[in-house]
Design a protein around this ligand. Sequence first.
Ligand SMILES: *Cc1c(COP(=O)(O)O)cnc(C)c1O
Length: 403
Amino acid sequence: MKINPLIEVAREFETPSYVYDAEIIQRQYKTLKNAFDGIDVKLHYALKALNNINVLRVLKKEGAGLDAVSIQEIHLGLRAGYLPNQIMFTPNCVDFSEITEAVEIGVHINIDNLAILENFGNIYGSKIPVCIRINPHIMAGGHSNISVGHIDSKFGISIHQVKHIARVAKNYGIVINGLHMHTGSDILDADVFIRGAELLYEAAQEFPDLTFLDFGSGFKVAYKEHDIITPIDKIGKKIADSFRNFCKEYGRDLELWFEPGKFIVSESGKLLVTVTTVKQTTSTVFVGVNSGQNHLIRPMFYNAHHHIENISNPTGVLKLYSVVGYICESDTLGYDRMISEVREGDILAIHNAGAYGFSMSNQYNARLRPAEVLIMNKKAQLIRKRETLEDIYRNEVELKELT
Ligand SMILES: *Cc1c(COP(=O)(O)O)cnc(C)c1O
């Protein structure tokens, strides 16, 4: 029987650990980069999905830029070696001082609020060009927490306010160099994407100084077998065609930008956990593991399906289980799953854990965040140490009068 190499990784680095495969990250980057029918698209990786410095460097070598949503993410990008002009800053509801700092660093600025645009114009006038985040009010994305382009969303400036944006820009002399939309994750339908794009093309006619259009992200990957995924090739071809037409009408060739997160890193990552408990109850057989929603919150937060594989008993008979975590709170990682027979001590691999896994982890129940491991050139290497108890109380301040 062939032993899954991840068993070796689990033995060497222990569990729970996040393991990423650099080759898959590179493959996904290239797939998207080449999907647009000869158009040299610029991809800014949305580092909120997974921000380990080594992952950022793998993507930097591929030629990626970054999309940052906080000043801290900008600093992570700079630390990984990205140049300011390779970073797009797309904040929402941040203090203006964050925008000022980002301007001083020299990254691209994306503004998603008219009041901030006016403030920006007052301070910088025509000195610093900005991109505008438009809310096209199209419904995209599966779960309401990840659909951000609809009418009630807090993101972006309404497509219906385009004329107002143009007037503000004119009055303050602001140079609008880009238009942006990001309607949410899990777009399944090429037509939804195209509809958003067409709205942006129309809005673009109000802005003579554009150098790029940024279509955000939302590319879906398969979380389970037979999952419907974003048809990248179909979308790529359609967008490329419509973008070429747009450039002709606009009278100039613009750059086409995207900012994928999940598409780039989701499939590269697995969370390796150890089975602590196999517990038959009146309703099901629970498999308890040494991890939980503190490490991978997507199943509880988005009702996300993550395939779960028993890598230490791959040929065992398939049985029905509910895989649960150790957090004292509802903590299901996978409900009603057919998994090859699970025994205490088995290692389970939870798939599609590269995006929004480690980056959304926390210390609830005073649990330690897992280690991170990168497999590259056939070698597995530690890229983040497992936390220790000291990480939990490091910033706590003990009051004298209570000791
Ligand atoms: C989160 C985010 C992304 C990435 O979304 P994915 O679904 O992970 O590809 C892109 N752009 C912005 C502005 C975001 O907030």
